[in-house]
Ligand binder design. Structure first.
Ligand code: PMP
Length: 419
């Protein structure tokens, strides 16, 4: 690192707290679709998409135009003070797009963590219960309830207790760790026997594919069994689609792969293609349970972000990004299979939400190989992200609008980085 990047790095170290961890050692100046350029004019291929935010690419012209038009109208009135129709239009579209034929309502917020906070508030208000069950390895955000729900201690929770009470974790199925769906369900049944009566549980929260946890796909039998238990005990089933949403997995929402209808869905990230926007969509009777004035936030449903989200939905539709996710994911899986890195223990995922897990020959997780590949790729101009409980998983999150040539170029760099 030299010149401008180095200067910014020194200023960052002096001015920004260490608690904000940063993947890349360059500073962004410009981005377009699946490429980024740094302050020294160097170009990078983006296989991270701002952590699954730019499914529709950086600065898609449709989305930029929508934001610009809104910018010329108004940027903020606070929906709770002077509401605007675009918020309603987006809610109507989300209500139609999410699975399940029952009447639905949607509320908008700003971050993914806030969506999770509000899903728990809504579930508690609707059920009059307090318990919440989540999964080990899950990631649900950095706010207090987000941390409590998150199933990974380091670095997210260890320095920050006490966390909200009555949050319980059960294991997420993981073939490489020898954890089956039956193990997860046994743990849930045991939890109901040993720790909390199911009649005191407000919600079960699950990512249909764990994102930060390692792109672990929830087996359909698990989701079906959770649905059954939630129905039997009056528990609200929450699908956290913050990372899996908006065409990434070859469906609009990943839960659709299972055919299971959750009661609430949390969404954020690619909803607004880079503008800060999140939402909770779900059964109208549940969504209406919170008292008037108890939901919302000053910036919640910001008009610029809403305008971007409406354009995102148009782009997903017009450019067939749901089908495109499958094509891109297939190509990536084939390329990873061909690379056949000796430490690659598994290639997994749905649609274009694909990851490769690295393990030592004796089965131990191998984050060192992941870090080496990531660094070698970055040196060659390709941005990659890791995930997994030990950082032992490489995840791929390129924009679904990535042109074929750029994908191939990125995969060629990946090959060099893995050599
Ligand atoms: N849930 C999931 C599944 C996530 O992947 C994330 C972010 N990685 C969050 C919640 C939190 O979102 P945010 O960082 O916008 O608060």
């Amino acid at each position: 690192m030299t010149g401008l990047n180095q200067q910014l790095q020194a200023r960052k170290n002096a001015a920004i707290p260490d608690g904000i961890g940063i993947t890349c050692d360059f500073y962004a100046e410009r981005a377009l679709n699946a490429e980024m350029w740094d302050v020294e004019g160097r170009r990078f291929i983006d296989f991270a998409a701002g952590i699954a935010v730019a499914n529709t690419g950086h600065r898609h012209p449709r989305i930029v135009a929508a934001i610009r038009a809104q910018l010329d109208a108004f940027t903020h009135t606070a929906f709770q003070v002077a509401p605007y129709g675009s918020y309603i239009e987006l809610a109507e579209r989300i209500n139609r797009l999410t699975p399940g034929g029952q009447p639905k309502k949607t509320a908008f917020f700003t971050t993914g963590a806030e969506a999770l906070e509000n899903a728990v508030k809504i579930a508690r208000a609707a059920t009059g219960r307090s318990g919440v069950v989540a999964f080990s390895g899950a990631f649900h955000g950095r706010t207090f309830m987000g941390m409590a729900l998150t199933g990974k201690v380091t670095p997210y929770k260890q320095a920050f207790g006490p966390l909200p009470a009555e949050v319980y974790h059960i294991p997420f199925p993981n073939p490489l760790e020898g954890i089956t769906t039956q193990d997860s369900l046994r743990a849930l049944d045991l939890l109901f026997k040993a720790d909390i009566s199911p009649t005191r549980v407000a919600a079960i929260v699950i990512e249909p594919i764990q994102g930060e946890g390692g792109f672990n796909v929830a087996p359909t039998e698990l989701l079906q069994a959770l649905r059954e238990r939630c129905d039997a005990h009056g528990i609200v089933l929450v699908a956290d689609e913050v990372q899996t949403g908006f065409a990434r997995t070859g469906k609009m929402f990943a839960i659709e792969h299972s055919g299971v209808t959750p009661d609430l869905i949390t969404m954020a990230k690619s909803l607004a293609g880079g503008m800060p926007l999140s939402g909770v969509c779900g059964r109208a009777d549940l969504m209406d349970a919170a008292p008037r004035g108890a939901l919302g936030g000053t910036y919640a449903g910001n008009p610029l972000a809403i305008a971007a989200a409406l354009a995102v939905l148009d782009v997903i539709d017009e450019e067939n990004l749901i089908a495109r996710a499958d094509v891109l994911g297939q190509r990536l899986k084939q390329a990873l299979t061909r690379l056949a890195h000796p430490r690659m223990a598994e290639i997994r995922g749905l649609g274009a939400m694909v990851a490769a897990e690295f393990r030592h020959p004796d089965g131990r997780p191998d984050p060192e190989t992941v870090t080496t590949i990531q660094r070698r790729a970055l040196d060659r101009g390709l941005v990659l992200l890791s995930c997994g409980a030990y950082g032992q998983v490489l995840r791929f999150l390129f924009p679904l609008t990535i042109p074929d040539g750029l994908l191939e170029e990125g995969l060629a760099i990946l090959k060099e980085a893995m050599a």
